[in-house]
Each structure stands twice: as C-alpha cells, then as structure tokens.
Design a protein around this ligand. Structure first.
Ligand SMILES: [Fe+2]
Ligand SMILES: [Fe+2]
Length: 208
C-alpha cells in the first residue's frame, strides 16, 4: 500500500466512524474523560489491528533482495512456518516459526531477543527461551563457518528447554532456505496468528 503523507492540520483516520478523537495535542493536557475515551477504543483497536500490523511488519520484507541465500528472510520465515505446519505443530509453535527471524535484518546480532520480546506476551517459556538462543543452537549446523563456535550451545546443556530448542532449530530453521520448497501462502497463517494474539498469556513486568 502506498504511504500517504499527512499534511499539517490533517488527522489520521479513526478505525471506526463512531469513535472520537481525544482532542488535546499533548499528553500533559489530557483530562480523565480523554483517558476514558481512549481506553474504551484501545481494546477493540488492538483486537482489530494487532494481527494485521504484525503481519505487515513481516510482509514489509516480502520483496527484499538477499545477500546470498537463495530465498529472502520473509520466504525463510514462511518456509519455517510451513515446515512446522506440515509437522503438525500447534498454533503457538507455527506462529513462533513465522516470526522467529522478524528482526534478522534490522537487528541481526540480537534478533533472537527481538523475536522473543515481540511474542513474549503470547507464548510459553520454552519458546521465549528457544527464540532468545536459536541462533546459538544453529551454530552446530554451521560447523564449516570459519568464525562460529559450533559448541556454543553446550553452555545450556541440561536445561529443561535444551532438547526442544535443538530439535526446533534442526527441524524448522536449518532446512528452511530451500528455493525448491513450496511455501504455504501467508493467508494460511492468519487465523493462527489471530488465535494466538487473542490469548494474552502473561503480563510483562516493569524492568529492574
Ligand atoms: Fe535466526
Ligand atoms: Fe531462521
């Protein structure tokens, strides 16, 4: 969708015609009534927009070139999710696969933490743990890389989620760079993302 430039004096459209704007232009000037109005629209807005905007973060990469892999990061994410789907994985594990490399290009060094933070409200501890470390669990599959320690994952050997992470990476991440593989269309995954995002698993605590 082309990006429309907003000129000064124009408001962004409301999601629904029967909604209202909070009129102050600084948070300092909001009345309690303004907050009540916003909070009454915030929930339905999130429910309507969350999946769409999350997927748009992914599809923003859909036509990107690659730096050498035969498929781009968007196709890799779609392929990992397709492998999870074909494996009979549940909604959570499929959506985790779909978004596991969302920040691979923009935040490569900490893209595991990026994905974990992105999904943390909706997923189990084992997937948070796996996402944060999945690139280190990949290293054993990249033993010919001149600068990668293939045994870096060994520091977590014995952890309750170690085997899950090792299997997840081996099954869904390592092989999903294949241009000959028929990826499921993105639409396949929309209901799964919607179901997962409709179930808030945890509140996020204040930082230390
Ligand atoms: Fe990754
Ligand atoms: Fe990946």
């Amino acid at each position: 969708m082309p990006i429309k430039h907003r000129n000064a004096g124009e408001k962004s459209p409301l999601l629904r015609d029967d909604w209202a704007y909070a009129s102050p232009v600084s948070l300092d000037d909001f009345s309690t009534q303004d907050w009540i109005l916003l909070d009454s629209q915030r929930g339905p807005y999130g429910a309507a927009e969350r999946t769409k905007q999350a997927l748009e973060m992914l599809t923003a990469q859909a036509s990107a070139p690659t730096f050498g892999y035969q498929i781009n990061n968007y196709e890799h994410c779609l392929q990992a999710a397709t492998l999870a789907l074909q494996d009979g994985a549940d909604d959570e594990d499929i959506v985790v696969a779909l978004f596991h490399d969302l920040g691979f290009v923009t935040n490569n060094e900490n893209h595991g933490e990026f994905a974990a933070a992105f999904l943390k409200s909706y997923i189990s501890d084992r997937n948070v743990w796996m996402l944060e470390r999945h690139m280190y669990f990949q290293a054993v599959h990249c033993a010919t890389h001149p600068a990668v320690d293939p045994d870096v994952r060994e520091r977590w050997r014995g952890h309750p989620h170690f085997e899950y992470a090792a299997n997840w990476v081996a099954r869904y991440d390592v092989p999903s760079i294949n241009p000959d593989f028929e990826n499921a269309p993105l639409d396949t995954f929309i209901p799964m993302v919607e179901r997962l995002f409709a179930t808030l698993r945890r509140d996020i605590p204040l930082p230390d």
